[in-house]
Design a protein around this ligand. Structure first.
Ligand SMILES: [Zn+2]
Length: 223
């Protein structure tokens, strides 16, 4: 049982309201200027949340800090979703793909760490996966294999064998990551379900031309 000193219900209520409003604007038919405005509103609200989180951290209210992290990042996922729609309308497809992957990764972290039952839990990830299937062609991914020579924990800066933190979990409002500082590259392979969907084949060669896999446009030769 998780103990909260500060009542979390007010925060959660406000979050539900915010995300409901934002999600009404996350359709491809909604005016681009309205979506851009919503992105800015979310950006500013997240800054406020970030200050609130810092306040909780200073007061050593870990559960509260973690809750604010989750709320802030749920909204960040929606912000990326909106940004993806804007980028599609502005014909920036590589950026749009990056936005979608960011939304998926961030929301995955939220689901793993949210202290209460999340109403949208499965639904939102499914929504993002529907975008992936409907809006983008089937992409091919790469996976980098190698031996990690040097890494440390983002929370305590210790080497993995000395650290008690779990990768992907929140500690005092901060996400624990393994920071790899040295890797011995062994192979790069093509995979179906990659750990990192940013790592993808961007163009293919066809009749001596480099074709962008998202737009099918010939890539400019100076790159
Ligand atoms: Zn650690």
């Amino acid at each position: 049982m998780m103990v909260f000193i500060e009542n979390p219900n007010l925060l959660i209520e406000e979050f539900n309201k915010m995300s409901a409003i934002s999600q009404k604007k996350a359709f491809i038919t909604v005016g681009i200027e309205i979506q851009k405005e919503e992105i800015e509103i979310l950006e500013n609200y997240r800054k406020e949340l970030n200050n609130l989180k810092k306040d909780f951290v200073v007061r050593n209210l870990e559960n509260e800090a973690n809750l604010v992290y989750c709320i802030e990042n749920s909204l960040l996922a929606i912000q990326y979703e909106l940004q993806m729609l804007v980028n599609i309308k502005e014909d920036k497809m590589n950026e749009a793909w990056g936005n979608l992957v960011n939304a998926q990764v961030i929301y995955g972290t939220v689901i793993r760490n949210f202290p209460f039952k999340l109403e949208t839990e499965k639904g939102y990830l499914e929504r993002l996966s529907d975008y992936e299937k409907l809006l983008f062609p089937k992409l091919h991914f790469q996976s980098v294999g190698g031996i990690i020579k040097n890494s440390h924990c983002s929370i305590c800066n210790q080497k993995p064998n000395k650290c008690i933190h779990i990768k992907g979990k929140l500690y005092n409002g901060e996400l624990c990551c393994r920071i790899i500082t040295e890797i011995e590259l062994e192979e790069i392979s093509l995979v179906e379900n990659p750990a990192n969907k940013h790592c993808r084949i961007i163009s293919i060669e066809h009749n001596g031309k480099k074709i962008d896999v998202l737009t099918l446009r010939e890539e400019s030769t100076n790159t």
